[in-house]
Ligand binder design. Sequence first.
Ligand code: ADP
Ligand code: GLC
Length: 477
Amino acid sequence: MKLLSVASEVYPLVKTGGLADVAGALPPALERLGVTVKTLMPGYPKVMASLTDPETVFEFPSLLGEPGRLIAAQAGELDLLVLDIPGFFNRPGGPYIDAAGKDHDDNWRRFAALSLAGAMVAGGILSGFQPDIVHAHDWQAALVPAYMRYRGIRRPSVLTIHNLAFQGQFGPDIFSHLELPAHAYGIEGVEYYGGVGYLKAGLQCASAITTVSPTYAKEIQFATSGMGLEGLISARADVLHGIVNGIDTDIWNPETDPYLAEHFSQKAPKMRAGNRRLLEGRFGLDADKAPLFIVVSRLTWQKGLDLVCSTAPALVEAGAKLAVLGTGDAGLESWLLSLAGQYEGRIGVQLVYDETLAHVMQGGADAILIPSRFEPCGLTQLYAQRYGTVPVVARTGGLADTVIDANSAALSAGVATGLQFMPDNGDSLIDAIRRVVELRNDAKTWGAMQRQGMRLDVSWTRSAAQYADLFTSLVPA
Ligand code: ADP
Ligand code: GLC
């Protein structure tokens, strides 16, 4: 089977969050199951600069108004198709925002172009690669199934929802520029609340829909989590699948990770100490034996970072210390900085994006706080478990599916890997933090929990097989 995967960010080329991790790790896992995968992504400056032996395989005289080309290249295990449209992608800033932090105002056109290119590849424009099926990720690629439908490209497509909070919703005026037939602008097509909805269009047109955990797949069929799309999603429940994310266990391997100060394993967890010292140093924290909590996250309301800020003084009072790595909302950033100023040596903050530091933190901390208000899957709790950091998570979405709560039954059966708390508010978060402090005083129980987390199979093996089964079921024999 030949698969085209389309995504707006792919690790290690460009990453703003978990989507990149998944789009970078799932294709190699599928390849190991015999699926041939090419990954289509935009040619941002960083991506273009990292290509070795690029080869132009197709030229577009104009794609939604701009000339461009498709470049074939290899990046590690990834077989890439890079969409090089300088007018859309060669500019400063991130994949979605400009240098000043504002959305690029032509995002609708940039990602429609990505989707149209994907549909054209599915339609067979490349000699030597005719995909049997397309896998589109999030709103940025969600027009692929719509372009396929309205251009008569009869191949199956799967749309994966990584986060319903980002829907690609634009005004009605863009429709005439999308190169879609007039009848596509309807409730069965791309129209959404009087404008154009990219994710909505994909949900409508894809052969099947997946999301990144079974619990989130259930949650999004209801108004509390469906963000306005619950009606459409529940109407398509027969083709909706929740497949939990895995992680790249070669990149995230505590025995070989080049970012770590010291390597360790389940059998030799004491070697985590070197990472802890490095982490304390980087965050200006006192080098003592107090429980060390971390946060590695986008700083947003979704991630419950306001709860971390409001409970931070109580965390310090409970005898613990905290290191926060993240970027995001200006209000949360300044709240965190003022906490760090107030609790010197006990709270440390780094407002940067730093992959190396993220690995060191997972390798040296005692516990990671993830009080998300909703979480489609979440990856940091998976990295944490593999690295012996105990996750403390809100019981929602993929967090509920991937962390086994240390209740008394789970503790006595020796299967607990972390703590879940509910409801998602400051009181239950601080209760959970106090429980961690208590549990950590019991070295035997704590060690058993760490080891149990490290033993879990969080690789892509099982989930990639579920994707492969789904793709196979959709491709005509
Ligand atoms: P989301 O995609 O919603 O942000 P995930 O938990 O799925 O959440 O993925 C987040 C990814 O981004 C993880 O790989 C995490 O380590 C990484 N990450 C988040 N913030 C930072 C940061 N400031 N520095 C380094 N890595 C970060
Ligand atoms: C999104 C979600 C996160 C998920 C990631 C990868 O960014 O917020 O929960 O882990 O996508 O699927």
